[in-house]
Design a protein around this ligand. Structure first.
Ligand SMILES: O=C(O)CCC(=O)C(=O)O
Length: 291
């Protein structure tokens, strides 16, 4: 049976082997204590004040879910590019992977375990389609709602039933580490039997041809996209967005219409206006959301 803890200091090859065999691993020490403390404070503020959190909950025992995290603090614009986590995800999915969603789950005291599920809409044993990365901002323990998983379940060509399974474990991980799992593995958040919230921030990566949960190129604020590095734009799916012009009118690099063919788009946040700086934007352009 896979143990519920993963030793620190594993090499990328050893992590890749664990992901392949068991469907999960834990990359230790990816966030320093100051970043953990700042992110935790900001996220716990969002649990209390982000309007989307209460809108999606019908009981205080339900998960606190903050969506579209990069829009909600500079701190959240880059964590998912971590140089010890992203390359592992790319190894499984390819360098053209995209972020489907970047969010936070807070598991409140008294919350029951969520139902076991897999994130992929099709089963493809041996061919990973997605990878979930969950950054622990509090220690993850069997008592406080650490992610639960049925190790090896990504090899099973069907979905779980709504019950617990022999061999399931809670993945224990210290604050500052990253739990990585295949989206095809049967998993969920665990039950929180403590009196404090289990706090995390997450990014779900997939093959680039799977439709994003959130179209970041349209939903991120112009400021966030202006600050995004080419790597961040690639991961956020800006370059892989579906063309909405003919190919000759499309800038493959930016993932936007070539502005020269579409003067009517100037100032609406498309193309060079948002991706190469604001100087190309006409005076008075609002710089609001894209699209
Ligand atoms: O946050 C967790 O522990 C589980 C996350 C989860 O169930 C998911 O990403 O689908």
């Amino acid at each position: 049976m896979a143990p519920s803890t993963v030793p620190p200091g594993l090499t990328p090859d050893e992590h890749a082997e664990r992901l392949e065999l068991y469907g999960f691993t834990v990359v230790d020490d990816v966030l320093d204590p100051t970043t953990v403390a700042e992110a935790r404070e900001r996220i716990e503020h969002l649990y209390a004040h982000d309007p989307g959190v209460e809108a999606k909950r019908s009981s205080p025992l339900e998960t606190m879910h903050v969506e579209n995290l990069p829009n909600k603090g500079k701190l959240f614009e880059t964590f998912f590019l971590n140089p010890r986590v992203l390359p592992l995800a790319e190894r499984l999915l390819g360098e053209d992977l995209i972020a489907q969603d970047v969010w936070s789950f807070g598991i409140p005291p008294g919350a029951p375990a969520y139902r076991l599920h897999a994130d992929d809409d099709v089963r493809s044993p041996g061919t990973p389609l997605s990878v979930v990365t969950i950054y622990a901002l509090t220690d993850f323990t069997a008592e406080n709602g650490a992610t639960r998983i049925v190790p090896g379940s990504h090899w099973i060509p069907r979905y779980p039933e709504p019950r617990s399974y022999a061999g399931e474990i809670n993945i224990e991980a210290p604050a500052g580490s990253c739990v990585m799992l295949l989206g095809s593995a049967w998993h969920s958040s665990g039950a929180n039997r403590t009196d404090t919230v289990r706090t995390s921030m997450s990014c779900y990566f997939s093959k680039p041809w799977i439709k994003q949960y959130i179209d970041f190129s349209r939903s991120l604020s112009t400021d966030v996209l202006d600050r995004a590095t080419p790597e961040a734009r690639r991961v956020l799916g800006v370059k892989s967005r579906t063309r909405h012009t003919e190919r000759w009118q499309w800038d493959e690099e930016t993932g936007y219409p070539e502005a020269e063919h579409h003067p009517e788009l100037a100032g609406l946040g498309y193309g060079p206006c948002c991706l190469h700086g604001r100087t190309a934007q006409p005076a008075g352009a609002s710089g609001e959301r894209h699209g």
